[in-house]
Design a protein around this ligand. Structure first.
Ligand code: S5P
Length: 474
């Protein structure tokens, strides 16, 4: 397209006014709020030149952001023609989300060809709270697709960008509403007082997310996440989670092999993983512990999670992981590692691992006075993201890594106690899941030292499952 980026923007802003995609006055919105500004991009379908200009501006923003994706998807309905124009021009394939799949019975909720794990770039006309984008993201993620970026023609700057970012979606606006107002005022196309009232409105009115959009992105369904899982160990874990409808991992912290195996067989039907500290066993003999643990895990579909919390230089952890009496990499699907030593610890573990092994970074601890502050968590998050071929998530008390590709395990869960007198701090499973972003809750003594462990595991798994379902909006 001819003209510089800023000329193009200036012309687009004039067109927006000319075609009445923005109007100034006094408008009562659906919510009852009276707004000095009203926007409606749908008018573009009656003005092909205007639609073309919009599509070109969106395409330019897309190119400038250097985004990589497999499909474009316009949020229905206004962004559909915009996405279509870009798709036909750039030959990038499109997906279409239906809003009314149920009424059509057998029809797909997403039209178009795709594979689980494909990356989708969402296109939207206007963002206020970001709810419409999030509702579309939810449908896409439930189908196993991944969304990390969205392009919007106009960001109304009323909080949507922040809501989207909190949920792992980067928003790229072509225009900000304040830019439109400023430009129209400079060009004397609107009066100063109109501009001022509009600015004041944007600044003070911040709509919240719709109920359908709350929790989206933070919490895609386990089915969708299983379909898009990239690492074989997360795929296996999420398969078990869905099959058994449990997001409970029981920590069996005991000192004898007999207790470990007995408790494991009791909780087995209710867990997606059993977490061990095999170095606590006073009578550990590999042949007496590991084959039986493996047999139980295969029979009852759960992962073996050795909570070794490696924390040394790469070469040392390599030897600790693959060797010694425990030979952890031979049998543990998952191990924990501290981020303290830096990236080398991951490299060391990787060198003793196969594709059947994965690790989880302990990014934040449940214990009182833990030194895992924000900058530490951030550093751990980037270690997770840059080692996705081996690291499948975090042990943490908050959503340290936003992308639903990574799994958050949260210990310090107990619905009867608030602590153990030795620094451990507890919250009930509902709080771990809804407030702290847990995917899988880790419960130790709440299950193993309290009445019938099998029944306790059932109760914890039901409560954790229900809380997760609620968080996804199901
Ligand atoms: O921050 C943490 C990290 C872990 S892995 N806090 C924890 O408590 N854990 C582990 O979770 C801990 O090692 C123990 O095995 C389990 C919690 O056990 P509980 O009996 O306090 O529920």
């Amino acid at each position: 397209m001819a003209g510089s980026g800023s000329d193009l923007k200036a012309q687009l802003i004039r067109d927006i006014l000319k075609y009445e995609a923005v109007k100034f006055g006094s408008f009562t919105l659906k919510s009852g709020v009276v707004s000095p500004i009203y926007m409606d991009i749908r008018v573009c379908v009656s003005h092909p030149k205007f639609l073309t200009a919009i599509a070109e501006a969106v395409e330019q923003t897309l190119k400038a952001a250097n985004l990589r994706f497999d499909h474009l998807c316009g949020v229905p309905y206004t962004a559909l023609p915009i996405a279509t124009c870009i798709s036909t021009k750039t030959h990038q394939p499109m997906l279409m989300r239906r809003k009314e799949a149920k009424a059509y019975g057998t029809k797909q909720i997403i039209e178009g060809k795709y594979r689980a794990g494909d990356k989708v770039l969402v296109i939207e006309d206007i963002v206020t709270s970001g709810s419409s984008i999030l509702e579309t993201v939810k449908v896409l993620e439930n189908a196993g697709l991944t969304v990390t970026d969205a392009i919007v023609l106009i960001d109304r700057e009323q909080g949507g960008k922040g809501y989207l970012e909190e949920r792992g979606i980067n928003l790229h606006p072509v225009l900000k509403l304040s830019e439109i107002i400023d430009r129209l005022e400079v060009e004397n196309l609107i009066q100063a007082d109109v501009a001022q009232r509009s600015r004041e409105f944007i600044r003070t009115v911040k709509p919240s997310l719709t109920p359908a959009a709350v929790g989206v992105g933070e919490r895609a369904s386990f089915e969708g996440r299983a379909r898009s899982a990239k690492h074989p160990v997360s795929a296996k874990l999420l398969k078990f989670v869905n099959k058994k409808k449990t997001n409970l991992c029981v920590a069996i912290d005991v000192e004898t092999t007999a207790e470990l195996l007995e408790l494991t067989s009791k909780v087995a039907p209710y867990v997606c993983a059993v977490k061990t500290h095999v170095d606590q066993l006073s009578d550990f003999v590999y042949e007496k512990v590991i084959p039986e643990l493996k047999r139980l895990s295969e029979e009852h579909s759960f992962l073996l999670f050795e909570d070794r919390k490696f924390g040394d230089i790469g070469e040392t952890v390599r030897a600790q992981y693959g060797g010694g009496v425990f030979k952890i990499s031979e049998w543990a699907d998952i191990v924990t590692v501290h981020g303290v030593p830096g990236a080398g610890v991951i490299q060391g573990l990787k060198s003793a691992a196969s594709e059947k092994n994965a690790c989880i970074i302990v990014a934040e601890m449940s214990s009182a006075g833990a030194l895992t502050d924000d900058s530490y968590k951030k550093a751990c998050a980037s270690m997770v993201e840059s080692n996705a071929d081996f690291v499948i998530g975090t042990v943490s008390q908050s959503r340290v890594v936003k992308s639903p590709e990574f799994i958050q395990f949260t210990p310090g869960v107990n619905f009867e106690l608030s602590g153990d007198g030795k620094g451990q701090q507890y919250v009930p499973p509902e709080v771990a899941i809804s407030d702290r972003g847990a995917d899988i809750v880790i419960v130790g003594r709440g299950v193993t030292r309290n009445g019938d462990p099998g029944d306790r595991a059932r109760i914890y798994s039901e409560r954790a499952w229900e809380a997760y379902e609620k968080a996804t909006g199901n």
